[in-house]
Structure formats: C-alpha cells, structure tokens
Write a new protein. Structure first.
Length: 371
C-alpha cells in the first residue's frame, strides 16, 4: 500500500493527546506541531485515523509544503504536486484555506491561483481542456503561515467532532473533541465512578463512556475519503477492527443537571451514541452532590456567565463546587473555566492547570488529583 503523510489539525493545547492517540494506533513516525500533528503511514491509516481519533478535528492528506513569496511561487509549487494520484478526470476539487502573516494575504486570489495550478497540472495529465467536476469531491485545503504554504486534501468531510450522536443541543455545549480531550487528561478508570454534575447535553459523559467501552468515535459515521479512489477494504477492515475492540466492562458513568430538559437530552444523546446502557442522569442541584461511591472522577464544564449578572451566578457555582467537592477525599476533580478568580472562589489552588480553548474562549483546565 502506498505511503501517505497525514496532518491532523486539533484545538490548541491538545496536540500531545492527538499524538498519543496516533501512536496508540501503532504509528510511530509522529511529529507534534502547534495546532496539528503529522504522521506518515500507509493508506489504511486514512480510515483508521478518521474512525479512531477522538481529539483531532480532521484528517488531511498533506501533499506539499513550500515557501511562496509571489503568486508565481504559489502556482509552480501547487502545479508540481502529482494531483492525478488522487483526483480523477471527473472529480470535483474545490479549494479553500487561510493566510496569516504572509506576503500572499488575499485568500480569494490564492484560492484562484491554486485552482488554476491544479487545473493546469491535470489538463496535461488527462489531455482535456475542461473539467466537469461531477465525480467524487476532493476538498483542497491550503494554509499559508509566514510565507510557508501547506497543501492538503481533506479526508474527513464533516469535522471529526460530528460523531453523529448530538442532534439536539442545549446552550453552550462543549465540542465533542474538547470533551474527549478533557476526559483523556483526567484519565478514565474502569474501576472508578465518573460523573459530570452539570452535564448539559451529556457530551462529557458520552465521550467518557465511549472511552471506557473503547468505542471508536467515528464508527457510525461516514467520511469524505470513502468516495476516494482507494481500496474499499481499508474502510471495511477498520470498521471490523473497531467493532471487535469494543469491550463490555461494567463502568459507572452518571450525571446531573438542575435543568430537567438537559437531563432528558443527555439520556437521548447517550442512546444515540450507543452508550444508553452505561449512562444514568437525573435532575439534581450541584449543592446536593453527595456521591455514595468512595472513589471517582468529576469532569465538568460549569456555566461561565457572559453578562455581569450571569458572572455573579457562575461565581456562586464555583464556590458551591469548592464546598461540596473538597469534602470528598476519594474523588478527583477536573473543571474547565475561563475565570481568573476560579481557584480563589473554589477555595484551593489546582494541582495542575492546562490552557484549553473552548471555541474562542481561552480557558484553564483546573485539575485536582492530589487528594
Ligand atoms: C455550560 S453547560 C454544560 C454543557 C455540557 N458540557 C454540554 O456539552 O452540553 C452548564 C450546565 O450546568 C447546569 N447548571 C447550572 N447551575 C446548576 C446547578 N446549580 N446544579 C446543577 N446543574 C447546574 C446548566 O443547566 C447547564 O446545563
């Protein structure tokens, strides 16, 4: 099977988690960069990475990287890529991308140049003058950072956070890839209870249950590269491998929310995700959090508050968390929040903090594990 270079963009702060996931799939040639992880593997990794990666946003085939200080540099760099290896005579190849701190800063112009360069290359290969673009879609992506151009084909289609279980949502749901990253940082132990006492639509609980049961997050969705001209067996094999890897270990994953609608949504989403038998949820105020299990892990995404009044309410919740959580000696707590006053309101300095971005909101992941 041919070798490919794959690039997996991810949220800032979770690169090492993505690298670990890739290594766990058996790929060792892994390079961690800011906001992306790159690895080299055979083509079957396109299917395995899409199906298995929990913390990455997408899987891209990296076709070229070069410096470009002019449109001519960009045109020649793109034209030199062996496009016919991927794109057939009838296939569609739309182009999108971004440019930052570079001489070539006009994205529409770069887009047009890249498209023209691909067309010129394929014209020479296929001896045609017009491309119908009615076949499979190959989304070309480019990035230009400090004059360095990267050219990719997207293999995922919809972002990997779209696991297919969350059709309904409450306000401020956490992205599935971020929820999975938080659970990975906190570590899931089959012999410890796992709880989110402010579970909203249940994203953290569902990601934890998927991890606990070793269910690949992409097992039940499709990917753009399934229409590529690749051996179809790579998808069948990867799905069979993922199905066989699911365990049925008894695990305890439960949640609460003050809002009954959120509780119902959690249960509905858990069912859709195939972990309805694992997750329990009920209506409860955080103030009444008193788990009966001696040992457990809490991972939670409390309300942040945006307006002044809401900020005050959010701060009250941080205080309540401190007073109820810190009494529970066998439990560990992991809380994401953008508040600079979080630790003083919670009443204890975190054992460890890690910067994570919840969308555009810069947060800290406060970790309390020395108990
Ligand atoms: C930011 S949302 C959590 C979103 C969730 N991580 C998700 O992905 O859907 C915060 C949740 O805390 C709940 N909440 C607020 N105050 C609470 C309290 N005192 N006790 C329990 N839940 C509370 C809200 O109803 C809301 O669903």
């Amino acid at each position: 099977m041919d070798k490919v270079t794959l690039a997996c963009p991810c949220l800032f702060g979770v690169e090492s988690l993505v690298a670990d996931e890739i290594k766990a799939l058996g790929y060792n040639d892994v390079e961690t960069q800011n906001g992306r992880v790159i690895f080299h593997a055979d083509e079957s990794a396109i299917a395995r990475a899409n199906i298995w990666l929990r913390c990455a946003e997408r899987v891209l085939i990296m076709l070229g990287e070069f410096e470009a200080h002019s449109f001519e540099d960009l045109f020649q760099g793109v034209k030199a890529i062996p496009w016919e290896k991927w794109i057939g005579r009838d296939d569609a190849f739309p182009v999108k991308g971004w440019s930052l701190n570079s001489k070539l800063h006009s994205v529409p112009d770069c887009q047009a140049i890249i498209k023209k360069a691909i067309v010129e290359h394929l014209k020479e290969k296929y001896h045609v003058t017009w491309f119908k673009e009615t076949g499979a879609k190959f989304q070309i992506q480019f990035s230009i950072l400090k004059d360095k151009v990267s050219i990719y084909i997207d293999t995922s289609g919809e972002g990997l956070h779209k696991r297919g279980y969350r059709r309904n949502s409450i306000e401020a749901p956490l992205k599935e890839t971020l929820a999975a990253s938080m659970v990975k940082i906190a570590r899931f132990y089959a012999d410890r209870a796992f709880c989110d006492p402010m579970c909203g639509s249940g994203t953290i609980l569902i990601e934890a249950a998927l991890i606990g049961r070793n269910i690949a997050p992409g097992l039940n969705r499709s990917f753009a590269a399934e229409n590529f001209h690749l051996d179809k067996s790579i998808w069948k094999d990867a799905r069979e491998e993922a199905s066989a890897a699911i365990n049925s270990e008894p695990i305890e994953v439960f949640g609460y929310d003050i809002d009954q609608k959120a509780v119902e949504l959690t249960l509905e989403n858990a069912k859709k995700a195939g972990v309805g038998d694992v997750i329990t949820a009920s209506r409860q105020d955080l103030r009444d959090f008193a788990p009966t299990q001696e040992h457990g892990t809490v991972v939670t995404n409390p309300p942040y508050g945006e307006r002044l009044l809401d900020i005050k309410a959010a701060e009250e919740i941080y205080k309540t968390m401190g007073s109820v959580f810190l009494k529970l000696k066998g439990w560990r707590f992991y809380i994401i929040s953008p508040s600079e006053n979080f630790e003083s309101l919670f009443g204890k300095r975190a054992d460890k903090k890690r910067k994570l971005y919840n969308g555009m909101i810069k947060c800290e992941f406060f970790q309390y594990f020395r108990r």
